[in-house]
Ligand binder design. Structure first.
Ligand code: PLP
Length: 393
């Protein structure tokens, strides 16, 4: 339990909520949660499912209807073929990760986590006695994972490599060439499995297309878990549905764990997810175009602040500006900013803007802003960040 911290993303959201509870207005760019409502057709499908009596315990690994929709999705969008025994549905992508690491990690097993990373990976790995091994993905290379850096991090104890593209927190995407180079390394190390977290798959910009490692390197597919979910693409964070395709032996083991913990996922959420996955792609496209517009708006506003550096992210709904020039300075409210966490706390206290410090994602001094919120909030928040930075001495 001492290894289990509250993720910084949640801690920052809690701080913001506490301030709101005191009647203070807070502009929150801290949480990775779409501001759109769940599409109406999805909600109607849930309603119908409830009225139709889909209210009993569902199968642990997922309803046949949702597994079939997931198989269609993987075939249609990723060129991946899975059998029903190779598919599992969980309470969000997070439970997929939890099941996978619980099923496979022995104390001391190493998991390579490219850094910056989503906060939950190392927390879950450590919970099961695993050792997260961080591999730096520098901003100069677009926060991408280099094959040489990966190779250098692999040891005989390496059991997993986590890939997360499009990436939380940087918004970095990957390319077929990058994945081919990574696959080449993995071929030399047959003990390494891959958890490919593709939950932001649909949110890519500038004409990019998402690529999956199991598609690029079909020979590695027997050791790849391809993780996805409905939370981000379909604005369904509260429905708690994530899913995964992978080798049947591992899916079976993960199913045993899930059967002894949460059992099958809410039957109504599963019916809703069928409607989401089989629904018209235009629904996702409208949200993607809105994120794209906001992305360009936020980056252009942040680039006008001379003390910040801001790469243009090509995926997800985050920007990850560098704040090195602000470290060591003092805020207008008299707070000394020794770290990016100091920056985030002072920004919240003095300008009421909630962001998450980059060191929580393994790489400072940066801050992560989520632009999955309204244009008004974004414009206002960027103005306050500019004012906060201009006030540093
Ligand atoms: C990279 C990444 N993977 C997985 C998840 C899990 O999402 P969920 O459990 O809602 O499916 C998140 C949520 O923030 C995420 O950012």
């Amino acid at each position: 339990m001492t290894r289990l911290e509250v993720p910084a993303t949640i801690a920052m959201a809690q701080r913001a909520r506490a301030m709101r509870g005191r009647g203070e207005e807070v502009l929150s760019l801290a949480l990775g949660e779409p501001d759109f409502p769940t599409p109406a057709g999805v909600i109607e499908a849930a309603h119908r499912a409830a009225l139709d009596g889909q209210t009993k315990y569902p199968p642990v690994e997922g309803t046949p209807a949702l597994k079939a929709a997931i198989i269609r999705k993987f075939a249609r969008e990723n060129g991946l073929t899975y059998e029903p025994s190779e598919i599992m549905v969980s309470n969000g992508g997070k439970q997929v990760i939890f099941n996978a690491f619980m099923a496979t990690l022995n104390p001391g097993d190493e998991v390579i986590v490219p850094s910056p990373y989503w906060v939950s990976y190392p927390l879950i790995i450590s919970l099961f006695g695993g050792v997260p091994v961080f591999v730096d993905c520098p901003e100069e290379t677009g926060f991408r994972l280099g094959a040489a850096a990966l190779e250098a991090a692999i040891t005989p104890r390496t059991k997993w490599l986590v890939l997360n593209f499009p990436n939380n927190p940087t918004g970095a995407t990957t390319t077929r060439a990058d994945l081919e180079a990574i696959a080449e390394v993995l071929r030399r190390h047959p003990q390494v499995h891959v958890l490919s977290d593709e939950i932001y798959e649909h949110l890519v910009y500038d004409g990019k297309t998402h690529v999956s490692i199991a598609q690029v390197a079909p020979d590695l597919k027997p050791r790849v878990l391809t993780l996805n979910g409905v939370s981000k693409a379909y604005a369904m964070t509260g429905w708690r549905v994530g899913y995964v395709g992978g080798p049947a032996w591992l899916i079976r083991a993960m199913g045993s764990i899930q059967g002894s913990s949460t059992s099958g996922i809410c039957s109504i959420s599963q019916a809703a997810s069928v409607a989401a996955l089989d629904g018209p792609p235009g629904v996702v496209e409208v949200m993607r175009e809105t994120y794209d517009r906001r992305r360009r708006m936020v980056v252009s506003a942040l680039r006008q602040i001379p003390q910040l550096t801001c790469a243009m992210p090509q995926g997800a709904f985050y920007v990850y500006p560098g704040i090195a020039a602000c470290i060591g300075r003092t805020s207008a409210g008299g707070r000394r900013l020794d770290t990016d966490e100091d920056f985030a706390i002072a920004l919240l206290e003095e300008e009421h803007v909630a962001v998450v410090h980059g060191s929580a994602f393994g790489k400072g001094p940066y801050i992560r802003l989520s632009y999955a919120t309204s244009d008004d909030i974004l414009r206002n928040a960027c103005g306050r960040i500019a004012r906060f930075v201009a006030g540093l001495t």
